[in-house]
Write a protein that binds this ligand. Structure first.
Ligand code: LLP
Length: 414
């Protein structure tokens, strides 16, 4: 699936010229391809065919209602981490009984709201959360379905900020404690133990960490069976990596085979929570060059998007490809592509070869995941608009923020 390709040298999103999209909707602009979202989701569904499974898209990666709606129509489940994400999913047509709720800090109000709508499973991350959930469920007279998120202590070999399966990370319940917490959970009348969950990190490119984690999980599943605790769901988390630069990410078919092999003939439904793999390659960000400038021997392209629009380069030193949307006869130079924000970390890319002049349009590729969702209003900048293309059509799926709205909720002392 190549949703973004060149036609007569001009970058297109499906059948839409990116120049025309920028003209119509302004910049900075996030552009998503519906077909790319669908085809990435289908890769998981296809690879897990033949086994009971549910693909639970990790909403945090891109929570625009249009994105969620496209996936809901495919029958997707959703992995949420807040009441806000819960409301988005329901608003976008997602089924409550296809929702799993992850996160270390679920508040009382969030647990209540999720119990009220009848989600499929709470991925419980501590004994304290288990006790809180049990009390609330008993109060409202329902039984809460749970998985325990276990922390298998494996090295996901990814950026430390997005690695979650090591014992020093805050996530999940340690392997040594998990059996006892399961034993406690089955004692609680308002709790129904249905599964086991883990998520070891994000942007994983190799299968080994999954294999290591699964081996530990499956041996715990077997131990629990000897304790008389039988689970039906195995949620293996998300984390499947994508190509930003020259990574060689795992094949989803191979990943699925690894999961199936680990499970063997145990009766377990497979849940998976991919975010980046589905949304990342399905989006780009368009930004216009405001100025070219030169300091000493460094060239800068100052663009109208900034770290408030796309924070991954500043936060993780993440590398994302940057290309000119139109072909040009300008001489190519090496530019630092920077935004207008007053921070030296405000860059989208460093030392990028580009043939551009003032006013040209650039595309930051692979920006569909952890792009707009991580944006902020820093420097009182309005957040960007989002557009979804489908074939020849382009839909504005989130309008650009209005500057006056940014401080509409504020007031001065009387
Ligand atoms: N499930 C759980 C419980 C998670 O915490 C995450 C991501 C996912 C699923 C989805 O992971 P994915 O398939 O997208 O790798 N902002 C960072 C990524 C943070 C990921 C947090 N958790 C970035 O821009 O690279």
């Amino acid at each position: 699936m190549t949703p973004f390709k060149r036609v007569d040298g001009v970058l297109h999103a499906e059948n839409q010229s990116c120049s025309a999209l920028a003209e119509q909707f302004g910049t900075p602009l996030f552009v998503y391809s519906k077909a790319a979202l669908e085809s990435a989701w289908q890769e998981f569904a296809g690879a897990l065919q033949g086994r009971e499974h549910l693909v639970c898209y990790a909403v945090k990666a891109n929570s625009n209602l249009a994105v969620l709606n496209v996936l809901a129509k495919l029958g997707s489940g959703f992995d949420i981490v807040s009441a806000g994400e819960l409301r988005r999913v329901l608003n976008a047509g997602g089924r409550p009984d296809h929702i799993v709720f992850s996160g270390v800090g679920k508040s009382e109000a969030e647990l209540r709201e999720a119990l009220a709508v009848g989600i499929r499973c709470f991925n419980v991350e501590s004994q304290a959360e288990l006790e809180r959930l049990a009390v609330i469920a008993a109060q409202v007279n329902v039984i809460a379905p749970i998985s325990l998120r276990v922390n298998p202590d494996v090295d996901a070999q990814t950026h430390p900020y997005i690695s979650t399966g090591l014992k020093e990370n805050k996530f999940g319940i340690g392997m040594q404690d998990a059996r006892a917490v399961y034993a406690r959970a089955v004692e609680l009348d308002s709790i129904k133990v249905i599964g086991m969950d883990c998520h070891i990190g994000s942007q994983l490119t190799t299968i080994e960490p999954y294999r290591d984690a699964l081996a530990k999980l499956i041996s715990l599943v077997d131990e629990l069976a000897t304790d008389g605790i039988h689970i039906s769901d195995l949620d293996v988390g998300g984390g499947q990596g994508i190509r930003y630069e020259n990574e060689d990410p795992m094949d989803i078919g191979d990943w699925a085979n690894c999961v199936k092999n680990a499970i063997g003939n145990r009766q377990l439904q497979i849940l998976v929570e991919p975010g980046r793999y589905i949304a990342g390659p399905a989006g780009i960000m368009l930004t216009r060059v405001e100025y070219l400038k030169q300091n000493e021997d460094k060239h800068f392209a100052v663009v109208d998007a900034a770290m408030n629009d796309l924070i991954r380069p500043a936060l993780y030193s993440a590398w994302q490809a940057i290309e000119a949307v139109e072909p040009s006869t300008e001489p190519a130079k090496h530019y630092d592509v920077v935004g207008p924000i007053c921070e030296s970390a405000d860059f989208l890319g460093k030392d990028r070869e580009l043939a551009i002049q003032q006013g040209d349009l650039l595309a930051v590729l692979t920006a569909g995941a952890y792009g707009f969702v991580m944006s902020s209003n820093y420097n009182t900048r309005a957040r960007a608009a989002e557009v979804m293309v489908s074939g020849d059509a382009a839909h504005l799926v989130r309008k650009r923020e209005d500057l006056d709205d940014l401080f509409a909720g504020e007031s001065v002392l009387p």
